[in-house]
Design a protein around this ligand. Structure first.
Ligand SMILES: [Zn+2]
Length: 453
């Protein structure tokens, strides 16, 4: 379905959106896949859902590539998959059942419940999906979970990210790393909670029409999979209630606040008409309650963490700290609570205590990268570059491709007196960006060492 008008439009859009330098994209996508991905940045495609011609900012190969490169970083910013194999498997089972019935059954879908406490769910363009424990603990039955996953599948199937984001998505994800680096260009400065807003926030910038289409597709998949269509209505009611009780906790999926009532009413209308026959189906409440029992025991911990995060975002550290303490009293080995406590203490300049919590988090969940970075940054602040390097290198091996960490590894090596290796890190960082405080610092060091003019 390639026609003249579409190519012309694609070209114009391509020029408008070309905010990302070739070098930055190459860095992000890896040298091997970068060239192929870049050549396919703009074009026309047939909507997998409607069959109509759509302008897309990425090829299917690039959708998959972004998932592989960017999604792990975002999931780690949301503190990784919850350490509850039963629950992750369960959500995956529900997801698989739905995506097998979708318009793009062959995308590389994957599902996990994230340790994040805020109420959210999001999907990368290739189908890598994250549901926070914050929203998981609010759901009441499997049909609501299926509605949530169905909505996210709707975005993947209609290729909303490809249509709207294109390079902007990559650019944004790349910028996250640079910001972190910039904030840490001097020893002892802090990585704030602010750096959490990354790709997921960008994924939220779907249009209202995109959201409506994802709802419609989600409800369709829901019913096809044998659930009552009311699951979607109840999901939206939950969001409406959340919006009323705690608007500051709502993120991504609900960024289109004024639409919540409309979306609930649309779902209710369709449930009563087109999908009326589905009302006899079971919402699978018992099965849901069985599978999520462990998570629901964590509810007080999640709530305390959520309250603490809200206080943190208002810089009310004196209010935040008792919340994280309460969370840790309830669940002493909660990874998220230790990370948040560390960040709260870090923000108050209490580096030693902060690092103690970061180290506990590392010990609790060594496979998750975020605590390694936090511990590394705190060690730099405590003038302990050797320990910092160890932690940052661990992070870098688990989650390669974070330019901020490449830079901080350079700082650590410099602090250890390992100048040639530090220079290597700074050079690698400068391949990614030559702007910002961190880049200026790296150039200044290389110049002082006579390695560049
Ligand atoms: Zn959505």
């Amino acid at each position: 379905m390639r026609d003249h008008e579409c190519s012309h439009q694609a070209l114009a859009e391509g020029l408008r959106q070309r905010r990302l330098s070739r070098r930055q994209a190459m860095w992000l996508l890896g040298a091997s896949s970068g060239a192929a991905a870049l050549s396919a940045l703009q074009g026309c495609a047939q909507s997998p859902v409607t069959g109509q011609t759509i302008v897309v900012g990425m090829s299917e190969a690039q959708e998959r590539s972004i998932d592989a490169q960017v999604a792990p970083h975002q999931f780690s910013q949301d503190l990784g998959a919850i350490q509850d194999a039963t629950l992750n498997r369960y959500v995956g089972d529900v997801g698989r059942q739905l995506h097998a019935l979708s318009h793009r059954p062959d995308m590389p879908y994957s599902y996990r419940v994230l340790n994040a406490n805020y109420v959210n769910a999001y999907t990368f363009p290739g189908g890598a999906m994250g549901v926070t424990r914050g929203i998981m603990s609010e759901l009441q039955d499997e049909s609501e979970l299926a509605a949530l996953l169905g909505h996210e599948l709707g975005h993947v199937n209609a290729r909303h990210a490809a249509q709207r984001q294109g390079q902007a998505l990559i650019a944004q994800a790349a910028v996250v790393g640079v910001n972190v680096a910039a904030q840490n260009s001097r020893w002892g400065s802090l990585v704030g909670l602010g750096s959490q807003i990354g790709a997921s926030a960008l994924l939220a910038s779907y249009s209202r029409d995109n959201e409506r289409e994802a709802d419609a597709l989600g409800q369709d998949y829901l019913v096809r999979a044998g659930y009552p269509a009311q699951g979607m209505t109840r999901l939206h009611q939950l969001l409406v209630d959340q919006e009323k009780s705690a608007p500051s906790l709502l993120a991504t999926m609900f960024s289109s606040h004024p639409m919540s009532d409309e979306r609930r009413d649309t779902a209710a209308r369709l449930a009563a008409t087109r999908y009326a026959a589905s009302s006899q189906a079971s919402p699978q409440r018992e099965r849901f309650m069985d599978q999520t029992a462990g998570l629901r025991r964590l509810k007080p911990t999640i709530t305390a963490c959520k309250n603490g995060e809200v206080a943190m975002s208002a810089k009310a550290y004196d209010k935040a700290q008792p919340e994280f303490q309460a969370a840790l009293r309830h669940t002493p080995d909660d990874y998220a609570a230790h990370v948040r406590m560390a960040q709260c203490l870090q923000a108050q300049g209490r580096g030693q205590e902060a690092r103690a919590h970061a180290r506990q988090a590392q010990a609790i969940y060594p496979q998750e990268a975020q605590a390694h970075k936090l511990s590394g940054v705190l060690s730099l602040g405590l003038r302990d570059p050797a320990r910092a390097f160890e932690d940052l290198d661990r992070y870098d091996r688990q989650l390669p491709g974070d330019p901020g960490v490449v830079f901080l590894k350079g700082v650590s090596l410099e602090g250890m007196g390992r100048r040639p290796e530090a220079a290597l890190q700074y050079r690698q960082f400068l391949q990614f960006t030559q702007q910002g405080q961190a880049a200026e610092y790296a150039v200044a060091r290389l110049r002082a060492w006579g390695m560049i003019r």
